[in-house]
Design a protein around this ligand. Sequence first.
Ligand code: FA5
Ligand code: MG
Length: 390
Amino acid sequence: PLLVSKPLKGTTESSSYANVDRYCVDHPNNNIPNHIAALVGRGLHTKEDHPIGIIRSKIQDYFIAQDSEYKIFDGEDPIVTTTQCFDDLRINPDHPGRSPSDTYYITDETLLRTHTSAHQSMHLRDGYEKFLCAGDVYRRDEIDSSHYPAFHQLEGVKLFPSADVDGAKGLSKEEWLASPECKMIADDLKETLEGLMDHLFGPVEKKWSDDFFPFTEPSFECEILYEGEWLEVLGCGVIHSEVLEMADRGDRRGWAFGLGLERLAMILFKIPDIRLFWSDDTRFSKQFSAGKITTFKPYSKYPPVFKDIAFWLPEDFVENDFFEMARGIAGDLVERMELTDTFTNPKTNKTSKCYRITYRSMDRSLTDDEINVLQNDLRVQSETLGLEVR
Ligand code: FA5
Ligand code: MG
């Protein structure tokens, strides 16, 4: 049993819960809490003066300038089916990314998309050969300054003319992967994305590595050097022939990529915390205007409040359930949750974990009293996950 949504108290930073009825339907496997439902439909990527919208426009400008035939989709429903999000992309039922510890399910067959790749097959089937598609995506995940349960991706797909790849017809899988046609597509993909990075950042250090996705082969990821650290900004590859066959485009070949818009925006605008994108604070929103890349000036950082919680684990402990419970109680006041200690009692063989929670508001000072109330709620609610608080 996952989280049962209920009206929240203590969530001071969040806006309305207008979407609750649509996303928190009464289904035994629904695991969408109110604080996630409240984010769906905000449409940050369509706001021309929001950093996510500004970067989305800049990326689209680059592609349209290269080839005016790219079709643009920005308004697809973030509720998709397991077929769209997984099966059409060769992501098998036992893939960990499909499990309810990682994914927000509405019913057993419908979910909040975990990536914009969920729309690839549909557009391919409808006959589109070059398209871009941006939107909000949702994942149950860890909590820190570069991970948030909702973020944005921009997907790009391009099929090549049959004539360019006809020479590779009838090859075995191994022969195809070694063919000049496959290399031509992979080279075009990398060149296109390097051009995009230069368009966005000017000269920036980039690094390609091999990656794995069930829907592309070969697959790559690209990292960018930001303040001395390599930050993964995209995944991509040559579309798997079975994905094209399932979409009735088995006669064609092409590439696809998915960019993380927050990661790019954090670098471009120097935005230090991923929670800021969802802030209604005018000290944030007033700093951005359509079409302009500007450096974010942080307003004063309020002091953090640290609280530790330690508990004995049940056998089926799911860390993301615990993280989510904290977000449900304290909303965006939770800045970070960090495992600080693990201990196994050799006699009982029971394991205990200690987490340090950093609470910090982005717009005011917190009092120890108010955080004690939240921390106490967390201790009490933890018991419902079978955790034995120490
Ligand atoms: C994907 O989601 C693939 N669908 C990308 C893809 C598309 C591959 C088409 C091949 C063809 P991945 O899970 O790596 O891949 O996510 C892509 C990008 O989203 C990452 O590089 C990162 O920039 C961003 N991202 C992933 N998780 C988070 C998160 N929790 N918070 C913010 N950004 C994230
Ligand atoms: Mg990745």
